[in-house]
Ligand binder design. Sequence first.
Ligand code: ADP
Ligand code: MG
Length: 226
Amino acid sequence: AEEMLRHSEKLSVVGQLAAGIAHEIRNPLTSLVGFLQLIKSAPPQKILEYTDIMLVELNRINNIVNEFMLISKPQSSKFENKNICSIISNVVSLLQPQALLHNVEIQFESSKDFEYMVRSDEGQLKQVFINLLKNSLEAMPSGGNIDIVLQHADKRRMSIKLNDNGVGIAEELLPRLGDPFFTTKEEGTGLGLMVCYRIIEAHQGNMRIQSKVGVGTAIEIELPFI
Ligand code: ADP
Ligand code: MG
């Protein structure tokens, strides 16, 4: 019964998202049509400018569709006993090239004498850390540091802290984080954090975000041990 509840819950979220996505895609499409019409009679020196704008809009549509497919893909959730250290290390190495490119150093620390085992769907948890690290990278256009620390929160839960010293988030925007389509980025989708919250919830955990403009962002995830 719990499975069914979760399934129908998922459907309704996907349904809500589909309506939102139609709306989110219509705006850039309208502007693409407008620019194409302009280009037909534009002087050559304007064409490059217009195509640049069109590329931004097309990338936005592309990002939205990609993330939507990730969310709506009927995943048969596979919960297994997993070592969270290797999940995080895996994602860190995956994003290392991008970090180097951005001049960002990622450090991951955890106590060596303890195995942090978690009941999890590895693919989904990886998605969480990919989304969070990508946000941090995007918040540090001129380089910086990301620190990840894994430790005990209490007897039953582990805590994963992720700190960056990026641009930060204005206080009045904090309540909107995780709302579908809330983004401050030109090519953002505003779906990343929503996906993170949902996945962490499905793992019986919780996620908190603290941030200060010009200082950085701190995210804490708590997950139950096995
Ligand atoms: P997107 O990255 O597509 O914009 P997200 O849901 O991942 O969507 O993030 C929503 C918004 O939250 C971002 O547009 C950004 O304004 C803010 N944000 C998230 N993480 C960070 C961070 N580490 N530093 C600064 N801002 C962040
Ligand atoms: Mg994001």
